[in-house]
Design a protein around this ligand. Structure first.
Ligand code: B12
Length: 202
């Protein structure tokens, strides 16, 4: 199966006035994490619009887009573009988790919350030609996630290609941070096992 994964940029990333260099900091680990649930036969093309020109003149079997509030309209336009070509589109990430009803008209399937449990479930359903419209994350843990597909990341395009995520969630409430906008008063967080993190560093 041909799978296209896209992290759309935000306007600032494409406008020299805003010093786009800051958007070349870190690679899209979220999508590279999801890619790990594909099978060995799947051909995955991961594109990050912050650091490269998107090629959308292709016909993958499946398109997976990570949506933030700041790239939402761009994401919807990309989704509409591919759906018009009959390509199956999945939308997920922070903004879809916040406003699922807004994303729904632009997607074949939407995903709410982290993808570690719902994305592999979707791939199983999709291969059986019986995918659902909405998938909601139920399990919040990152103990046993498969190795992130770092081979799909174009390392030379990033200032910090070696970023890793060993925890999710945060007990603090900094006023500049989006966290409380998503999880008011959120306190919990969960972590990867140290050995797994050390293995990833190795
Ligand atoms: C690295 C990073 C960046 C990088 C790369 C982004 C990326 N996606 O990789 C860059 C520099 C590009 C970036 C840019 C910005 N960022 Co930033 N970024 C982060 C950071 C530190 C890590 C992201 C990450 O790798 N998370 C770990 C991975 C594993 O999780 P994930 O990406 O969320 O993906 C998981 C789920 O969301 C889900 N998922 C995501 N997409 C999809 C799609 C499908 C189909 C499915 C099934 C599941 C799914 O499954 C994944 C695995 O569980 C986060 C804070 C954080 N710790 O998350 C802030 C964070 C996401 N960024 C933030 C902000 C404010 C921005 C900017 C607006 C900054 C600015 N002023 O320009 C821009 C917006 C970019 C845009 N295009 O809209 C905010 C919130 C963003 C928002 N708008 O909603 C955060 C939360 C920081 C904060 N605490 O406030 N960012």
């Amino acid at each position: 199966m041909k799978i296209k994964m896209i992290l759309p940029a935000l306007t600032e990333a494409k406008n020299p006035y805003w010093r786009p260099i800051k958007y070349s900091l870190f690679p899209p680990l979220g999508l590279a994490t999801l890619a790990a649930y594909g099978s060995a036969h799947d051909e995955i093309d991961l594109q990050d619009e912050h650091v490269e020109k998107l090629n959308i003149n292709d016909s993958p079997d499946l398109v997976v887009i990570q949506v933030y509030i700041t790239n939402a309209y761009r994401s919807y336009a990309l989704a509409d573009h591919y759906r018009k070509k009959g390509v199956y589109v999945c939308l997920g990430g922070l903004h879809v988790s916040s406003l699922p009803e807004e994303a729904m008209p632009h997607a074949d399937s939407i995903f709410i919350g982290p993808g570690e449990d719902i994305f592999p479930q979707f791939l199983k359903d999709f291969r059986k030609k019986n995918p659902k419209r909405i998938y909601v994350n139920a399990k919040r843990e990152i103990d046993d996630i498969p190795p992130i597909r770092r081979d799909l990341i174009k390392r030379n395009l990033y200032l910090v290609p070696n970023s890793i995520v060993v925890s999710r969630g945060c007990p603090h409430h900094c006023d500049f941070c989006y966290k409380d906008a998503f999880f008011e008063g959120g306190k919990s967080f969960y972590t990867q096992r140290v050995d797994a993190a050390l293995k990833e560093i190795d």
